[in-house]
Design a binder for this molecule. Structure first.
Ligand code: PLP
Length: 947
């Protein structure tokens, strides 16, 4: 059994534990007193139901120091031996500008921010994302792009389903060009089958015609072989069938080539990796999705738009939020939630830094290397598969492919053996004349004159990125200041706590982050030969093993690159299991009404029917309704999907009973592991009755939220489901693939590895107990000011608590929004608003906030309650008070005119705010509805900001 440091006791775990956990022993003692317990052990005994309690120590290595951990990671990294990757397939060498690496990727002001749901304190990253969207729309020639998708393969899968929704064809056929990236095909297969979509591979190059009926036609531009083809006639033919055209397009190529939008394509999808984002053995990178006019309201994912604030000034916020799963649930068309914001910011900034001329120059250099390769190979008598290309040349070398690839590898260059007779060579921003010479030598050729450009007729004739933002910040000083200016507008963990329930905004330690940009982790192509990736394989295997031990499952896959994808992978495993037993008819997924929106959306994507189970007045799954729903759907029952502890922040005592009932009816139990921060070291879902879970490494296991991604959503299963876990998208077989790379966003796995390595079993259990203590401390301090909606055994919450604003709103008119915005004036990011219960705030303080910060938050909430009382007492009118007008900007507070019935000092420096450390939001409250009615999703003209 794990024990905890008691007041005054000497630290007994790794020194890092005491860096990661905010409250030290004396502070914990004080918090325990407030909550009414003697020790953390006693608190956890009282909070966690005995029926699920794991009593023992996790079988993990003892916690190491930060220095030891870095040394171990250095040794692992050294076992990765990256070569020069000229493999292509959507992953390319790129130079991350150092100013972007240091000031975005390695800067906590960017990487510790949350998804911009509180737009008034997120204007910096919203502007950066608007830049990203503008890059995508300008380069693809389409009108609206989102920010962002998880990778190219999943972006194309979303394009497929979008096309199906929007097409007037009744056909269920999606015609896919045979020259599509193989990993995209693998993910398309995974996504198409449960939805009854038939994928028809068409060899367009060989002149194969389109099927007579199809809802969509998919093209790769340039093709996997590198070929650049004129698709204009195909687009017409597709439209004549009522089909939409989706194009997976390479953005760098589009700086030189006619974009899909100009030939009438409806949707473009792809990756922005080569815009300065390290390869990372497959990710994370920002995928993109763009649509023509008329389809914008069907776009999945997060879309940044321009609206206005209370003063009428332009302000950014997420647009069209009603499309997201929280609102649409099982009617949602996509489950994407966490995306790839940090990487989208990087890609957008790469375009800002280089500008249109710089991007074109990079593309030209890349193209010229490819022309030299082609000319030299032809001069040496080597046949080429095609003569119109951008960066990738495919050579036809009957029977010699393996030998040529091996010879190039000898010179430190990786090529792509397409099959026994063909080799592809992809050039990129990092390609040099020496690389080209080495490749040619492997073919037995010498450098000769470049080939003529076969893609000339398809050259781009239109301009792009003429907005000033892409034509201003080209000096390093300029870029540095632009990044600083944007970061200064935002609130991230480097300013103060972000107590978002269900999000676990804990410390993302610097030691955990450092290895991410080491070249041995950063510069590896996802399809590099196995011999080069031994370090990664070791790290992944170890991490998967540790996660299995923590969760009590038998097998884990880190492939899913967000929680949503872990959900899909887990449900597909359940589907595969039932099918393997001749029970394909089991398709009902029970989901409690309190579930996260992604659950229902994922179930539908896995081909299941969602049946909602009610919650009782205590917020628990209503066992009577559960029994009724099980009875009704007994024969068709596939699974139940529950979150544990519940999304209500409570350890439900009935969980083991619930699992047993579902099993008894032949169903499987999916436990959404987003709340694992309340379980690690104390309960194992795989042992208390669940069959499968996804975890969010970007919550419990310290991957920073990045302003809305990256994330990693490993899927963990019991042994009977192990054979249905996702597999390598490039390996043939029956398995499914949910991401483009075998290990998904492998590049950020060192973060979670380092966290586990430094905490060790004792430290992890202490973190859990400390998180539970912090939530109960906040609940205890705020209870008399705001009702705590749900509690479990002994009146305790788990790792988060819901404050019920509804009675207050009813009595005073002060809304949950008002409180959230007023918290900004007090220097806080609001807790989660209106999830899972409308009109409430869900607070998750995590273990990393020290007592002073917890107290600062409680004091702010109590002071706000006093302000609410002033409104209730009609001291301030309902529509003109510090809450209704929050947040207050510096310019509003210092304006020459002030007509409000409360002083400026109350507006700008409410009780307890440190005047020397005041955070000023850059805009006042934003009118979201205005922006939805007048949708603008690319950079507005600078004149819009003139006052
Ligand atoms: C309970 C729950 N389930 C699932 C998810 C989805 O995870 P992701 O955003 O990584 O896709 C979340 C994310 O916030 C969540 O809170």
């Amino acid at each position: 059994m794990s024990t905890f440091f008691s007041p005054g006791a000497a630290p007994m775990t790794s020194p890092f534990t005491h860096r990661h956990i905010g409250p030290q022993a004396d502070e914990q003692a004080e918090m325990l007193k407030t909550v009414g317990y003697e020790s953390l052990d006693e608190l956890m005994d009282a909070a966690i139901p005995e029926s699920i309690r794991f009593r023992g120590a996790l079988d993990l290595p003892a916690g190491a120091s930060e220095e030891e951990t870095i040394a171990e990671l250095r040794a692992i990294a050294a076992r990765n031996t990256p070569a020069t990757p000229m493999i292509g397939l959507g992953y390319y060498g790129t130079h991350t500008p150092a100013v972007i690496r240091r000031n975005v990727l390695e800067n906590p002001a960017w990487y510790t921010a949350y998804t911009p749901y509180q737009p008034e304190i997120s204007q910096g990253r919203l502007e950066a994302l608007l830049n990203f969207q503008t890059v995508v729309t300008d380069l693809t020639g389409l009108t609206t792009a989102n920010a962002s998708m998880l990778d190219e393969a999943t972006a194309v899968a979303e394009a497929m389903t979008l096309a199906r929704r929007a097409s007037r064809s009744k056909s269920s056929t999606y015609a896919v060009d045979a020259d599509t990236f193989p990993q995209t095909l693998a993910v398309l297969r995974t996504r198409a089958e449960p939805l009854g979509i038939e994928l028809r591979l068409v060899d367009l190059d060989a002149g194969e015609p389109l099927p007579d009926e199809c809802f969509g036609v998919h093209l790769q531009y340039p093709g996997a072989s590198g070929a650049v083809r004129d698709h204009a006639a195909l687009v017409e033919a597709a439209h004549a069938r009522g089909a939409l055209v989706t194009v997976a397009a390479d953005l760098l190529a589009l700086t030189l080539l006619r974009p899909p939008g100009e030939i009438g394509a409806d949707i473009a999808a792809g990756t922005t990796q080569r815009f300065g984002v390290p390869l990372g053995f497959g990710g994370p990178h920002a995928g993109y999705l763009a649509v023509r006019a008329g389809l914008e309201r069907s776009l999945p994912g997060r879309l940044v738009g321009v609206s206005k604030d209370a003063d009428g000034a332009p302000a950014y916020r997420l647009a069209l939020q009603t499309r997201e799963q929280h609102i649409r649930r099982e009617k949602a068309t996509s489950n994407i939630c966490t995306a790839q914001v940090l990487l989208a910011v990087m890609a957008g900034m790469y375009a800002v830094y280089h500008g249109p001329a710089g991007l074109r120059a990079i593309a030209k250099r890349v193209h010229e290397h490819a022309l030299t390769l082609a000319g030299s190979l032809t001069a040496a008598g080597v046949e080429l598969a095609h003569t119109a290309f951008f960066d990738t040349v495919t050579a036809v070398v009957p029977g010699r492919a393996a030998a040529i690839v091996a010879a190039a590898a000898e010179s430190g260059v990786d090529l792509r053996p397409v099959d026994a007779d063909r080799v592809s060579v992809a050039c990129d921003e990092t390609t040099t004349a020496a690389h080209v010479a080495a490749v040619l030598a492997a073919f037995g050729a010498a450098v000769a004159a470049p080939a003529a450009c076969g893609a000339e007729p398809l050259a781009r004739t239109t301009d792009y990125l003429d907005h000033p933002v892409f034509n201003t910040h080209h000096s390093e000083t300029g870029m540095l200041r632009y990044l600083r200016r944007l970061a200064d507008r935002d609130y991230a963990l480097d300013r103060g706590m972000i107590p978002l329930g269900s999000c676990t905004m804990k410390l993302n330690a610097t030691t955990e982050m450092e290895p991410v940009t080491w070249p041995e982790f950063a510069n590896i192509h996802p399809y590099a030969p196995a011999g080069q990736t031994r370090g990664y394989e070791e790290l992944v295997a170890q991490l998967e093993g540790w996660l299995a031990e923590i969760t009590g499952y038998d097998a884990v896959s880190v492939q899913p690159n967000a929680g949503s994808q872990g959900e899909l992978a887990g449900l597909l495993a359940i589907r595969g299991y039932h099918r393997s037993r001749g029970e394909a008819h089991r398709d009902v997924c029970l989901i409690p009404s309190s579930a996260h929106g992604t659950n229902a959306a994922s179930a539908v994507m896995a081909g299941m029917r969602v049946v909602v189970v009610a919650c009782d007045e205590n917020g628990n799954v209503d066992l009577t309704d559960l029994a009724a729903k099980i009875d009704k759907h007994r024969d068709a029952l596939s699974a139940i999907m529950v979150t544990y502890p519940s999304t209500h922040g409570v350890y439900e005592t009935s969980i083991a009973q619930l699992c047993a009932r579902v099993h008894e009816a032949g169903g499987q139990v999916y436990v959404d592991g987003a709340n694992l921060n309340a379980l690690v070291g104390f309960a194992k879902p795989g042992k208390f009755g669940a069959d499968v879970s996804h975890l969010n490494l970007h919550k419990t296991f310290c991957i920073p939220h990045g302003g809305g991604g990256p994330g990693v959503g490993p899927v963990a299963v019991r042994a009977h489901l192990a054979e249905f876990l996702p597999g390598d998208p490039l390996e043939p077989g029956e398995h499914h693939a949910v991401s483009a790379a075998a290990h998904g966003s492998a590049g950020i796995l060192p973060i979670s590895w380092a966290y586990l390595r430094m905490m060790g079993p004792d430290g992890l259990a202490q973190a859990t107990a400390s998180a539970v203590l912090a939530a109960n401390y906040v609940a205890a301090r705020l209870r008399e000011h705001y009702p705590v909606l749900y509690t479990g055994d002994n009146g305790l919450v788990a790792h988060e608590c819901i404050l019920d604003l509804r009675p207050i709103t009813k009595a005073t008119g002060v809304s949950v929004d008002d409180v959230a915005k007023r918290l900004i004036d007090y220097g806080f990011h609001a807790p989660t608003m209106s999830f899972p219960v409308a009109g409430t705030l869900m607070v998750e303080p995590t273990e990393s906030e020290d007592l002073a910060e917890l107290d600062r938050f409680c004091a702010a909430m109590i002071a706000i309650r006093k302000e609410i009382d002033q409104v209730a007492a009609a001291v301030w009118p309902r529509d003109d008070n510090p809450l209704a007008n929050a947040p207050h900007t510096a310019s509003a507070v210092s304006a020459d005119e002030w007509s409000h019935p409360y002083p400026r000092s109350v507006a700008g420096f409410p009780e307890g705010v440190d005047r020397t450390a005041k955070y000023w939001p850059p805009v006042r409250r934003i009118d979201g509805a205005y922006g939805d009615r007048n949708l603008v999703c690319s950079c507005p003209a600078p004149e819009a900001f003139e006052s």
